[in-house]
Structures are given as structure tokens and as C-alpha cells.
Write a protein that binds this ligand. Structure first.
Ligand code: SF4
Length: 327
């Protein structure tokens, strides 16, 4: 099968994409779309943990130039930022988007409008469709995709998630998503509970990443170096070892694969409520990031992406883990 051809085209042609959207939308009546299992009827205006209802809420969309080079390329990653979130990280750098659901209500759109955003990003020349914080809007995304495909939409879909996903929901995305871009935030549920309000994060994130790998495999690039298929895991280094880097990367290499892409993120800075937690009320140190790089090197991931410390909004090109770390 041609990895560059988005598999959802065949799903649409066979009518399956519409059936997937039907099944997912039905689940909104007693919402179990993510592991929170709120059971609320989102179609009747009941709000669960993510405060999201029937219609998608899109905070913004754009050509994103600061993602990993295999996603941003030369023309940008066509990024749609969904509002609200099913985690509540105390240090969230996008808390106005993820945690102010009342402020974001003004950005509520129809699935037809969402499909229009997808097509617009394709028309702007973006390499892919990058769905940021999609977990609580999967039914709406699949429905919108089904509307966009007959209008010519063909970009590979990137599922850019915090990994607090439901296995049942991910199973519906097989053949819809080309590239999974999951966070691996913690290795310890005490930390996950304290900083992200998810006491079972590790279980769900790990089983989700396993499922993503089962569906998409290791990260594959085309002849131009752009990602076409596979899993690219993001690990945000937190101050004081709170992210559990060694444990998480050991698990990823031994229980999943070294063929997944690994993105080590240095961009942490204390936002939102982080100032209330002395241990995370600082940027990460150069030594902490260097230690994370050495751990990644030790576990032998095939392709690792590294952010600069002084300019974490961009990735260092051609980074070789054998070189000393610096800016
Ligand atoms: S998607 Fe939202 S309402 Fe549904 S289970 Fe998750 S947090 Fe609850």
C-alpha cells in the first residue's frame, strides 16, 4: 500500500468513514469519547470534564512553521487548535485555549465550517492537517473529514494529542490518521494527578501509544524528508525530573519500539498555575535537557528531534546525539 496516499480516501469511497462518524456521534449521547467517561449527553447540552458539547470549538488555525521539521517542512503544518481539553495541566502554556471554555464559546463552529478550515489549509499549501488537542472532538473531526474528502481534501492527518485517549475511540481512527503525535508526559501517576488532574494518565497514555504504533508503526518519511506515516512521540522535559524521562523512554524503547520518532521538548516555562508549585516554577536547566538527551541516546531511538534551549520554538536541524549539547 502507498504510505503517501491518505487511507481515509478509501474509507470514504466505501461509505465506512460515514459509518465511523455515525458510531462516534452516537457515543456523545452518554459521552465516553475519552477516559474520563463522563456519561453526559453532549447532544442535549450537558457538559462533562472537557466542557465541550456537540459542535467543535476551534481557537485558531494556521500554517505552523515551528513543529518538528518532518511536519512543518517548507510550507508549514496545517494546524487546527481545538479549544478545551480533557486534561487540566497546572503549567499549560495554552491555558486560555484549553481551560477557559466560557471564553472559547465564541469559537464554536459547525462541522461544515471545520471541513472548510481543512480545505483552506490544503489550499494554502500545507503539508498535512495537524489536529491539536483532538481527543474530545474526534466525532466532529471524522464527520468534517467526510465532508471535506468529496471536495478534494487529501492531506495526511496528524493526530496531535496529550495521549489521554480512549482505546475504543482510537480504534475508530485506524485508516483515518496517518501520523500519530502523542505526548508522553509522565511515568508516575502521582505526578500526573498533581500536575494534570489525571490519576490514571500513565495507563491510558501507554496503552494509547501502543495502539497508535499497532496502527501506524514507526515514523516513515517520503523522499523529501516529510512524515507520511507512523508515530512521533513528544516528551516535554519538566523541572526536577518530574516527567520521569528515564522510565518513560525505557518503556518506549523496550515495550513499543525504537522506530518511533522521539521529540525531546525543552520549551517548558512556568505558565498558568505553575507559580503555585515551587518545584516547577522555573525553566528547565541546560543540564536537565542534556541529561534527557543522553538518556535518549542510550536507548537508541532511530530518529530524535531536539529543540534549542534559547529558541525552543524551533528545532535544531540535523541534530546528532553524539555531539555535545549547546545552542
Ligand atoms: S470527551 Fe469530554 S465529556 Fe466526553 S468523556 Fe471526555 S472529558 Fe468527558
Amino acid at each position: 500500500m502507498d504510505d503517501a496516499r491518505p487511507p481515509y480516501i478509501d474509507l470514504h469511497a466505501s461509505g465506512e468513514l460515514e459509518q465511523i462518524a455515525d458510531r462516534l456521534e452516537k457515543r456523545l449521547e452518554a459521552c465516553d469519547i475519552c477516559p474520563r467517561l463522563c456519561g453526559v449527553n453532549r447532544l442535549r447540552g450537558e457538559r462533562g470534564y472537557c466542557h465541550s458539547l456537540e459542535k467543535p470549538v476551534v481557537a485558531s488555525y494556521c500554517e505552523h512553521r515551528g513543529e518538528e521539521p518532518v511536519l512543518s517542512g517548507s510550507r508549514g503544518s496545517g494546524t487546527i487548535f481545538f479549544a478545551n481539553c480533557n486534561l487540566r495541566c497546572v503549567y499549560c502554556q495554552n491555558y486560555q485555549i484549553s481551560q477557559d471554555w466560557q471564553g472559547q464559546e465564541v469559537n464554536t463552529v459547525t462541522v461544515e465550517t471545520l471541513a472548510g478550515y481543512m480545505l483552506e489549509l490544503q489550499n494554502r499549501g500545507c503539508h498535512n492537517l495537524n489536529l491539536v488537542s483532538p481527543s474530545h472532538f474526534v466525532p466532529q473531526i471524522v464527520r468534517a473529514l467526510g465532508l471535506a474528502v468529496p471536495l478534494g481534501f487529501r492531506l495526511p492527518v496528524v493526530y496531535n494529542t496529550n495521549s489521554y485517549d480512549s482505546l475504543e475511540t482510537l480504534a475508530e481512527l485506524e485508516g483515518v490518521v496517518s501520523i500519530y503525535l502523542p505526548d508522553l508526559k509522565y511515568a508516575d501517576d502521582q505526578q500526573a494527578k498533581k500536575y494534570s488532574r489525571a490519576a490514571d494518565y500513565t495507563l491510558h497514555a501507554r496503552q494509547s501509544i501502543r495502539e497508535m504504533y499497532r496502527q501506524a508503526g514507526g515514523l516513515k518519511l517520503d523522499e523529501n524528508g516529510m512524515g507520511v506515516k507512523g508515530v512521533l512521540v513528544r516528551h516535554l522535559i519538566l523541572p526536577g525530573g518530574i516527567a520521569g524521562t528515564r522510565e518513560s523512554l525505557a518503556w518506549l524503547s523496550e515495550e513499543v519500539s525504537r522506530e518511533v520518532g522521539l521529540s525531546l521538548m525543552s520549551q517548558y516555562h512556568p505558565s498558568n498555575w505553575a507559580k503555585r508549585y515551587a518545584e516547577i516554577n522555573r525553566n528547565i536547566l541546560k543540564e536537565e535537557y542534556g541529561a534527557a538527551l543522553r538518556i535518549a541516546n542510550e536507548y537508541g531511538f532511530k530518529r530524535t528531534f531536539v529543540q534549542g534551549l534559547s529558541s525552543p520554538q524551533s528545532y535544531l536541524p540535523d541534530f546528532n546525539l553524539g555531539k555535545p549539547f549547546g545552542n
